[in-house]
Design a binder for this molecule. Structure first.
Ligand SMILES: [Zn+2]
Length: 283
């Protein structure tokens, strides 16, 4: 009996001590909340200083390089002008061929005996094969200006390569060579696209003198845009065909004066490859 009483007593003691322990733990867990009100925030603040410029995800968004940055980074692939050591410039014409303005530009160049560089659009070559033939026959150099004048940085890699290769193939049917020069529509190109073009041995040719002829300017405005900014080594941008409703009469009429003024100043008018010292694409 005595033994049984001892066991019962011990059990009661044990149980009550276990309850006490649990209560103490509970009290410890709730204690900081009751004291500070915002324990978690306070704890983080004091333990780890915040990142001065904010979280990684806010800062490390992709920031594509600007065209000026790309030009600096890919100096030997992405060209805007030739060397100033030679008194020469290149007249370049984009967006040809069409059935109206391209023949007028060709007439003006023929009359002055100038050979220029035409950056042609693939689907326009398909639409105007006779005009394309004429451009080549009259001794102008041909470059690629994409297949349908897409804003290239916005298209997929596959679409971009297709734009370039399809147009190259079309051009080679007329010239017998695959062009090694390309002018991206609007001058826009992404870094990945530059890297791919470089791997294909191609040069990207933009410009440093813009006639702004697509704005429907007067003949005199186009002459001023060119002659006021031209210097040895310049690559001059004109258009030999337009978008819907664009009038390029200003360029057609300005060409004789621009050409004569440059010649009077002792400036040679050459293919862009000649200006840049690039290989002429092999037949
Ligand atoms: Zn264009």
């Amino acid at each position: 009996m005595k033994f049984l009483r001892i066991v019962i007593c011990l059990s009661i003691l044990c149980l009550s001590s276990s309850c006490m322990q649990k209560d103490t733990q509970k009290a410890q867990q709730t204690k900081p909340i009751a004291k500070s009100g915002q324990p978690k925030v306070l704890q983080t603040k004091s333990a780890t200083p915040d990142l001065a410029s904010g979280p990684e995800k806010n800062i490390r968004k992709p920031h594509p390089l600007s065209l000026a940055d790309l030009r600096k980074k890919y100096r030997s692939t992405f060209l805007l002008n030739g060397p100033s050591s030679r008194r020469a410039v290149a007249l370049t014409f984009d967006d040809a061929p069409d059935a109206h303005f391209t023949p007028l530009v060709l007439d003006a160049l023929k009359k002055e005996g100038v050979q220029a560089t035409f950056f042609v659009v693939g689907n326009r070559v398909e639409a105007h094969p006779e005009i394309m033939k004429r451009i080549v026959q009259e001794g102008h150099l041909i470059g690629n200006h994409s297949y349908n004048h897409a804003n290239l940085p916005k298209v997929s890699d596959a679409e971009f390569r297709d734009q370039v290769q399809k147009t190259d193939k079309l051009i080679s049917q007329y010239t017998g060579y695959t062009p090694n020069i390309i002018r991206p529509p609007y001058g826009n190109i992404s870094e990945g696209q530059i890297q791919w073009l470089a791997s294909q041995g191609k040069k990207i040719i933009n410009w440093n003198v813009d006639s702004l002829d697509w704005k429907g300017l007067t003949t005199q405005q186009v002459e001023t845009n060119v002659l006021a900014h031209v210097k040895p080594g310049s690559i001059i941008l004109h258009h030999a065909a337009g978008g819907k409703g664009e009038d390029l009469t200003c360029t057609v009429n300005a060409l004789p004066h621009i050409i004569n003024q440059l010649r009077k100043d002792g400036v040679e008018l050459v293919w862009v490859t000649d200006l840049l010292g690039l290989d002429i694409p092999a037949k």
